[in-house]
Every structure is written in structure tokens, then in C-alpha cells.
Design a protein around this ligand. Structure first.
Ligand SMILES: *Cc1c(COP(=O)(O)O)cnc(C)c1O
Length: 425
């Protein structure tokens, strides 16, 4: 569920009128709901409470420090993939003993920063990286813990670009090779290789791939333990479906119902790395209609947000429900349905101002009639929305606003021309 709802034809973020935010802050603007973030986190914590579980929210989904701060207060740990994300987490007051660090290309500088911070686990993606970590740990006189990321060769049945647990992807080491990695490096000093990590990819909508992958790695863990390696933790990654179209994603409890029984009594600390399932529907991107235009058979609605603000539609073929911030009563309660076709709607393409044909938010979508100046809400924009935004076309990044009950505050100001050129000599 989320906290974006229509009351008398007007969209509210929690108890704040979205139109009021747009009037004060301008458009395009990302509007986050604190209650939605916290609700999702709490539900995951509750679903896995039977086990010794650490939830490590994936910072790359949506990493504004103000958001990380209240997630810290709510007990979250963090999954990071860069030195920059580590910096963010530490600035936000995150506890490094609840931080896991993944990524196929960690630099020496980043590794040393993470060694000094004392992250819980380095999630190791290759033998070469592990050798380098051993080297750097020796040099820094640290004894970090590491998890070997294994590639279970399971297909999460998602977009190719968000599939990460299949053999042909660049992530982790093949599961058949895992025992050799432990034999070669598992008993060396300096790095304590004592956990297994998997991450299947993003936007999966079924539990089965997790069950299949966990069964495979549990067999591996048994074999490793039999060989004398003390495996203390299993990190099952992220990728749990987020609700892009209401009601289509399994709830945290649905995943847990299948996953918890597999891990009960196994004497493993469980780590989860949810990103999208916490952040996706915790934000909307509000944009203003600039122009209406006909081209061939098409009706275009040209808005002031662009692919630099939200790149998921062209990059992942992602569906985002779009609806006016103010609607006539007859368009009824919000139904975030891909196939929504109400009477009196018009079929349009919603596009941005950027000089690329890939600059679109929706194609052949039914919308109530809109006119210049109207506000549109692009829903479920919280994950990989702002965090993937860029300055392409020398466009400042959108402002970010956090709503908390009746209140809202700007948590990142809109970038100015001066911001955009500040680092150019
Ligand atoms: C991106 C990523 C996640 C989060 O994925 P979601 O689909 O947002 O849940 C978790 N773990 C790792 C290693 C990742 O790269």
C-alpha cells in the first residue's frame, strides 16, 4: 500500500495537497511519503522476525540522506555499491555493522574506506577481488568479514537489464566454483570468508526463483560446513516485486511464507537487501503539461519532466501509472491499471522535452483530457527515479520533497544553472 490518494478529485501525499507542493516548489518535483517507506520496512521486519534477520535497504534505489536518516531510526541497515553510498550512509548515522558492500568493480580507495568504516560484509564478486581485499586488509591491518556472491543460475523472469543471477551476467562466481574459492581462500588470515550472497535481479514478481536459488545455496552451505568452513550468514539480496500496478506484487509476507521455512533452524543470520519494494511506491514525480501536439496518428502530451528525471520507461520498458493531480469526479477513484480505458479518456503519448525519441513516460495511454498548465502525477517513481537522474540537456535535477503527515519539507533543492556549471574550470 502507499499514502498517495485522491480526495474529492485532488491528489494528496499523506495529508498534504500535491498541488500546494507544486505551487511552492515548482515542477518537476519528486514527492516522497515517509509513512510509505516506514510501512514497507516494518512489514519486511515483521515478516522475517522469526529468524535472526538484518534488513539492508539498497541505497542505490533512492538514497537521499534525509530518507536514510529515518530508515536508520526505523532500524534499517544498508546495502551499498560504492564509496559514495558508504559516505551517504555514514553521514546519515547508519551503523556500519549493518552495512553490506556489493559491486563487481570496487576500487582500492573504496575498499580501504569500507575497511576503515568496518562494514559487516564485503560481498565478493570474483577471485581477483578477494585477492585484492586480502592484500588491502593486510596492509591496513584489518580483519573484515566477506560473503562470496554466488551466481545460482536462476532466472527471475524479469527484464534482461535487471537480471543478475544468470550465468551469462557479470555478477558473482558460478555456484560450481564456490567450493574451490573457499578451498583456496577460505582459511587465509585477514579476510574471514564466512557468508554466502545471492542477488537474482530486480522486479521479480514471483517467489519461486528465490526458493530455487536458496535451495541451491543451502546445499552449497552444507557442503562447505562439512568441509570445515564456518558459514554464519546468508544474504539473499533484493529484487522483491514492487507495486507498480496496484495489487500485482507479492507482499513481504508472501515471500517470507516461502523463504522462512527453508531457513529455520539452519543457524544462519539472514540478510535481505530490498530496494524497490521499499522505495518504489513511496514517491511520485509531479510534472506540468507544457504543450499538446498532434503528430500523424499520435496525440502527444509534452511535459516538463524528461528522461533525465526518470529513465525507467525507456531503459527497462517500465510501466508507470500517470494521472492528473486534479481529476473530475467521473474519472473516479484511482485505479492504477495498465489497461485502464474509461469513457472520455484520450489515448496519448506522455513525452518530455529532451532531444531523444527515448524521452517518453507512457505510450498509447488513456488519460482524462488535459490542458497546458495541468499537473500530472507519475506514480511509483521512488526507486531508481531520482537516483538515476542526470543533467542531460543541461537540465538541473528535480527538487525532492518529503511529506510526513501534514507537513512537507524540501530535502534537496532544485539544481540551478550555477550548480550545473560550478565544477567547470
Ligand atoms: C540493486 C541491488 C539490490 C536492490 O534491488 P531491488 O530490485 O531494488 O530490490 C539489492 N542487492 C544488490 C546487490 C543490488 O545490486
Amino acid at each position: 500500500m502507499d499514502y498517495f490518494n485522491y480526495k474529492n478529485g485532488k491528489l494528496f501525499a499523506e495529508n498534504v495537497d500535491v498541488e500546494e507542493i507544486a505551487a511552492k516548489v515548482g515542477t518537476p518535483v519528486y514527492i516522497y511519503s515517509r509513512a510509505t517507506f516506514e510501512d514497507h520496512l516494518r512489514k519486511i521486519q515483521a515478516a522475517y522476525s522469526e529468524l535472526d534477520t538484518t534488513i539492508c535497504y539498497s541505497v542505490k534505489a533512492c538514497g537521499n540522506m534525509n530518507i536514510l536518516k529515518f530508515l536508520v531510526e526505523a532500524g534499517s541497515g544498508f546495502d551499498i555499491v560504492s564509496g559514495g553510498e558508504l559516505y551517504r550512509v555514514l553521514q546519515a548515522g547508519g551503523n556500519p555493522s549493518k552495512v553490506v558492500y556489493a559491486g563487481v568493480g570496487k576500487t582500492d580507495t573504496e575498499i580501504i574506506e569500507a575497511l576503515n568504516a568496518g562494514v559487516a560484509y564485503f560481498n565478493i564478486e570474483s577471485e581477483a577481488e578477494l585477492e585484492n581485499l586480502i592484500q588491502l586488509a593486510k596492509q591496513e591491518v584489518k580483519q573484515p568479514k566477506a560473503a562470496l556472491r554466488v551466481n545460482p543460475d536462476v532466472d527471475p523472469k524479469t527484464h534482461t537489464y535487471t537480471t543478475t543471477g544468470k550465468k551469462e551476467t557479470k555478477f558473482g562466481v558460478d555456484i560450481e566454483r564456490a567450493q574451490k574459492v573457499f578451498a583456496d581462500y577460505g582459511k587465509k588470515n585477514f579476510v574471514n570468508l564466512c557468508a554466502i550472497h545471492i542477488h537474482l535481479g530486480s522486479a521479480g514478481h514471483t517467489v519461486e526463483p528465490y526458493v530455487e536459488a536458496i535451495k541451491k545455496v543451502l546445499t552449497l552451505i552444507e557442503e562447505l560446513r562439512a568441509d570445515g568452513f564456518a558459514i554464519e550468514a546468508l544474504d539473499i539480496g533484493g529484487g522483491y516485486g514492487a507495486d507498480y500496478v496496484t495489487g500485482t506484487a507479492p507482499a513481504a509476507a508472501d515471500y517470507a511464507a516461502a523463504i522462512v521455512p527453508l531457513l529455520k533452524g539452519k543457524n544462519l543470520r539472514l540478510i535481505l537487501e530490498p530496494g524497490a519494494s521499499i522505495a518504489a511506491n513511496a514517491a511520485i514525480l509531479v510534472t506540468k503539461v507544457l504543450y499538446l501536439k498532434k503528430g500523424g496518428e499520435k496525440n502527444f502530451v509534452i511535459v516538463d519532466a524528461g528522461m533525465n528525471d526518470l529513465i525507467r520507461p525507456p531503459l527497462y520498458d517500465a510501466f508507470h501509472f500517470i494521472w492528473p493531480v486534479k481529476v473530475a469526479d467521473k474519472f473516479g477513484p484511482l485505479q492504477r491499471n495498465e489497461d485502464l480505458r474509461l469513457d472520455d479518456t484520450e489515448v496519448v503519448d506522455v513525452v518530455g522535452p529532451i532531444c531523444e525519441s527515448a524521452d517518453f513516460f507512457a505510450k498509447d495511454r488513456a488519460l482524462p483530457p488535459v490542458k497546458r498548465g495541468d499537473l500530472l502525477s507519475i506514480f511509483t517513481a521512488g526507486a531508481y527515479g531520482f537516483s538515476m537522474s542526470s543533467n542531460y540537456n543541461t537540465r538541473g535535477r528535480a527538487a525532492e520533497v518529503l511529506v510526513d503527515g501534514q507537513e512537507f519539507s524540501i530535502i534537496r533543492t532544485r539544481e540551478t544553472y550555477e550548480d550545473l556549471t560550478a565544477l567547470e574550470q
